[in-house]
Write a protein that binds this ligand. Structure first.
Ligand SMILES: Cc1ncc(COP(=O)(O)O)c(C=O)c1O
Length: 378
C-alpha cells in the first residue's frame, strides 16, 4: 500500500509539537540582548526541532545568519529555498568544497590544506570565496592554535581566492558565570585580531558567543551572536536558566494512553521488574520509548502530565512503550499524555529530564528520533 500523508505523519498518537512563535520570541530576545546581528544555530535538525521551519522562523524574527554543522545540513536549507547567509560551523572536508561553493555556504576555516584548496577554487572561478577564520582561544577543539596563527594569517592574507569576512572563536565555559575563562578567551581573541590587522585582515564580523556567552558575558558579544540552545528556549547548563532570561521552550512531546490496567499491591512491572506497585492502583502504558528518544536512564525518575496531574514513569522504559503510575486516577485509552511541555498550569521541562539522566538539555532534544513526527504551529 502506498503510504498516505496520514501514515507518513504518524498513525501513532506520539508526536512533537514545535511552537514557532516561541522560536521567533527567543530570537528577538537575543537581538535585544546586545543589539547585534544574530546567527541562529540550526544544526542537528535545529536541535531536533526541524531545521527548515525553525530557520524560516528565525529569519522572520530578524536573524541575519543561519549556522549548521555540516555542508549537508546547509544544502537541505538551500533546497528548501532559504537564501540567507549560512555558516558551516566546522571546517568541512576538502571533498565538500565544490558543494559549498555551488550552494554559497560560508565555511569556517582553520587548516592550511583546506585554505589552499579553497583559495585555488576561488581563483579558478574568478570570485573570492568568503570565509570565517576560526581562532582557538582556549576551547582546544578546533580552530587555529596560537602556534600556527602567524602562518595561517599570512596564508589567508596573501590568498587571492578567498576573503576573510569574519573572525570567530568558541567559548569553553560560558555557562559558568563565575569562571574567568570567558574573559581570558576574549583577551586571546583580541591578540589574534591585532595580529590579523597587522596583515591587513580587518573582518566586518567578529563572533564568539553561544547562548550562554550572549546572555552572560558582555565582552564576548562582539558584532554577532551565535545562539543555539537558547533559541529553543532551553537552558545551556544548570547555572543559566533560560526562563530567567525570558526565553520560552518551543517543544512539546506528547502522546496518549494506549493501554490501561488496574494492578494489585506489589505487582512488578516492565523488564527486570525494577518497580512494584506500592498499593493497588492504575498503570497507563504510553506508546513511546527509547527508540523515540526517551532515555532509558529516566526509568522511575521523571513524571509525565496526565489529566492535570504529575505521574511517575515506572519500570524500565522500553523501546516502544513507557509505563506510568496513575495511582487511584483511572486512565482511559486516548487520554492525552504530555512527556515534555505544558498541560494546564504545569510543565515538564527538558531541564528535568537532563538532570535526571545526568546530561544536558542539548542531548535530550537532539536524541528525539526521526520516528516521532514533528508538527509546527504558529
Ligand atoms: C561553534 C558553535 N557555535 C555556536 C553554538 C551554539 O551553542 P549553544 O547551543 O550553546 O548556544 C555551537 C553549539 O554547540 C557551536 O558548536
Amino acid at each position: 500500500m502506498t503510504p498516505t500523508p496520514e501514515i507518513r505523519t504518524g498513525l501513532r498518537p506520539t508526536r512533537i509539537e514545535v511552537d514557532l512563535g516561541a522560536i521567533r520570541h527567543n530570537v528577538a530576545r537575543f537581538r535585544e540582548v546586545a543589539g547585534t546581528d544574530v546567527c541562529a544555530v540550526v544544526k542537528a535538525d535545529a536541535y531536533g526541532h526541524g531545521a527548515v521551519p525553525v530557520a524560516r522562523a528565525a529569519l522572520e524574527a530578524g536573524a541575519s545568519w543561519l549556522a549548521v554543522a555540516l555542508v549537508e545540513e546547509g544544502l537541505e536549507l538551500r533546497q528548501a529555498g532559504l537564501d540567507a547567509p549560512i555558516l558551516v560551523l566546522s571546517e568541512p572536508p576538502i571533498a565538500a568544497i565544490p558543494y559549498l561553493i555551488e550552494a554559497d555556504l560560508t565555511p569556517t576555516v582553520y587548516r592550511a590544506p583546506f585554505l589552499a584548496t579553497l583559495d585555488a577554487a576561488g581563483h579558478a572561478r574568478g570570485t573570492p570565496v568568503d570565509i570565517h577564520l576560526k581562532a582557538d582561544t582556549g576551547m582546544a577543539r578546533v580552530g587555529i592554535p596560537e602556534a600556527d596563527w602567524s602562518a595561517r594569517l599570512h596564508q589567508a592574507a596573501t590568498a587571492r581566492g578567498v576573503r576573510v569576512t569574519a573572525v570567530q572563536t568558541h567559548l569553553a565555559r560560558a555557562d559558568e558565570p563565575d569562571a574567568p575563562t570567558t574573559s581570558e578567551q576574549m583577551e586571546v581573541l583580541d591578540r589574534f585580531l591585532a595580529e590579523a590587522a597587522k596583515l591587513g585582515i580587518r573582518p566586518t564580523l567578529i563572533h564568539a558567543s553561544n547562548s550562554a556567552g550572549s546572555l552572560l558575558h558582555d565582552r564576548a558579544r562582539r558584532t554577532m551572536l551565535r545562539p543555539g540552545i537558547g533559541i529553543y528556549g532551553l537552558s545551556p547548563g544548570p547555572e543559566v536558566d533560560a526562563a530567567d532570561h525570558g526565553l520560552e521552550p518551543a517543544l512539546r512531546l506528547v502522546s496518549e494512553v494506549g493501554f490501561a490496567k488496574r494492578v494489585v499491591e506489589g505487582t512488578p512491572v516492565s523488564y527486570g521488574h525494577h518497580w512494584r506497585a506500592p498499593h493497588a492502583g492504575w498503570i497507563a502504558t504510553v506508546p513511546i520509548g527509547y527508540a523515540d528518544g526517551v532515555p532509558r536512564a529516566l526509568s522511575n525518575k521523571v513524571e509525565v502530565l496526565h489529566g492535570g496531574r504529575r505521574c511517575l514513569i515506572v519500570g524500565r522504559v522500553c523501546m516502544d512503550q513507557t509505563l506510568v503510575w496513575c495511582d487511584d486516577a483511572e486512565p482511559h485509552v486516548g487520554d492525552p499524555v504530555v512527556l515534555l511541555g505544558a498541560q494546564g498550569d504545569d510543565r515538564i521541562r527538558v531541564e528535568e529530564w537532563a538532570a535526571a539522566a545526568d546530561t544536558i538539555t542539548y542531548e535530550i532534544v537532539t536524541q528525539l528520533t526521526a520516528r516521532v513526527p514533528r508538527h509546527h504551529d504558529g
